[in-house]
Ligand binder design. Structure first.
Ligand code: GDP
Ligand code: IMO
Ligand code: MG
Length: 431
């Protein structure tokens, strides 16, 4: 009996939403365990495109239970918008489909205000955050002044926490950032009025998941962001504020790590990044522009153009190490069709040495010059291919090259945005 963790192996936007949607029919429960509305996971069903930010992508399947775990930071206002949108699209018709951990932390209006003001103040040195208040919300969690979802259920406690926090935050906002202060009564009223929309979902999700595991239910853990955005292991400080690696699936949902079996790394057939920070294989020319256009590489959360570059083996090899990846899914292979030659980075030349695994240190990575191997391209349209054998020879070679160098099997290949545009070699729940 396997539980599966889906993890981004690059800088996010690898197509995790599409893969989670594909795997959900075999799962009983899908869990988000970190991050918050900085995530944008796209699922296309027929002609309908849905972007999930906080609710697990499994919600598009009517019988699946979806859990927002304790490791998530939750924006209530955005959550209510997301719920409404889903209902309008005729998804999420059964209220029991969603469970929210009482221990998840709330993103408060001052978190968003601080996030945006801080980025503005940094100017060119900005991180390029999504402006969703992620960093400041996690800061409060760690400094033990955060407000948890369950605090909403106790009027007196909630009010006192908002007052206590605003005493400090208003001082910071006014005197450090020159921002307007927030009125505690307004904030309290706004949150209490929104509470009605989510109170029925709040529960002890850790205990729900452990009971489910005991009943042999299959759980799919849906990672957000990507390995190189991990706050400990990524390209710090150009990272997000949570641990995005597979081990966090246990911590962020309140189960033991021995319940995580298959760690499926999602890798895009090339590389993209939104926001600032080092990116060794970035293409600054028309090829980069072509990948952006053909791959529709614009942020699902902020609409910002994504930076594009060649596939980077040292980086994904590093992701394999820090996550303990067991298998790979390769997405967006179709986007590479039409290129005469495809470059793939096999190592870095750095301070006179050749590195085979990335050292994503912000002072080291910018000094790394990629060493490329050139693969043959292909002209064929891949978007209707459903079996590995039908792929053009150079596309097969490209996949085998990646498998060989990362030393992991590619078990899923995605060749288009839609549900059926996928080549499945092995099903992770059947492993
Ligand atoms: P996520 O954050 O990892 O879920 O990825 P995003 O949804 O932010 O970005 C992935 C984008 O690529 C979305 O627009 C998807 O619809 C699209 N996509 C996913 N898989 C494929 C694929 O195999 N081919 C193409 N052309 N697009 C894909
Ligand atoms: P999904 O789940 C791509 C990036 C931001 C910024 C950095 C910090 O869709 O793959 P934050 O708002 O988290 O403090 O921003 O992290 N970032 C993402 N990039 N995909 C994401 O999520 C991201 N979530 C955050 O662009 O560089
Ligand atoms: Mg995304």
């Amino acid at each position: 009996m396997s539980n599966v963790v889906v993890i981004g192996t690059q800088w996010g936007d690898e197509g995790k939403g599409k893969i989670v949607d594909f795997l959900t029919p075999q799962a009983d429960i899908v869990v988000r365990f970190q991050g918050g509305p900085n995530a944008g996971h796209t699922v296309v069903v027929g002609d309908k495109k849905t972007i999930l930010h906080q609710i697990p992508s499994g919600i598009l399947h009517p019988t699946t239970r979806c859990v927002i775990g304790n490791g998530v930071v939750l924006d209530l206002e955005q959550l209510l918008v997301e719920i409404n949108e889903l209902k309008k699209q005729c998804y999420f018709q059964n209220e029991s489909a969603l469970l929210i951990s009482g221990n998840a932390h709330l993103i408060m209006p001052y978190h968003k205000q601080i996030d945006v003001a801080r980025e503005r103040r940094k100017g060119n040195a900005k991180i390029g955050t999504t402006g969703r208040g992620i960093g400041p919300a996690y800061e409060d969690k760690v400094s033990r002044c955060g407000i948890r979802v369950s605090d909403l259920l106790d009027d007196a406690l909630f009010k006192s926490k908002v007052h206590e926090n605003l005493e400090e935050k208003n001082c910071y906002l006014q005197h450090f950032f020159n921002e307007s202060p927030l009125d505690p009564t307004d904030v309290i009223e706004r949150y209490i009025s929104m509470r009605e929309g989510i109170v029925q979902f709040i529960t002890d999700t850790s205990s729900f998941l452990i009971d489910a595991i005991r009943s042999n239910k299959k759980i799919l853990f849906e990672g957000a962001q990507g390995a190189l955005l991990d706050v400990d292991h990524g390209t710090y400080p150009f990272v997000t504020s949570s641990n995005t690696v597979a081990a966090q699936a246990a911590i962020g949902s309140g189960i033991g790590p021995h319940h995580l079996h298959v760690i499926l790394g999602i890798a895009k057939a090339y590389t993209t990044r939104v926001g600032s920070g080092p990116f060794p294989t970035e293409l600054h020319d028309t090829l980069g522009e072509m990948l952006r256009k053909k791959g529709g590489e614009f942020g699902a959360t902020t609409g910002r153009p994504r930076r594009c570059g060649w596939f980077d083996i040292p980086l994904v090899r590093y992701a394999a190490r820090i996550n303990g990846l067991t298998h790979l899914a390769l997405t967006k292979l179709d986007v590479l069709s039409g290129l005469k030659k495809i470059k793939i980075c096999v190592g870095y030349r750095c301070k006179g040495e050749i590195l085979e695994v990335a050292t994503p240190h912000a002072t080291v990575l910018p000094l790394c010059e990629p060493v490329y191997h050139e693969c043959e391209g292909w002209d064929d349209d891949l978007s209707n291919i459903s079996s590995f054998d039908d792929l053009p020879e150079p596309a097969k070679e490209y996949i085998k090259f990646i498998e060989h160098h990362i030393e992991l099997p590619v078990i899923i290949i995605s060749v288009g945005v839609k549900r059926n545009q996928i080549i499945s070699l092995q099903h992770p729940f059947a492993l």
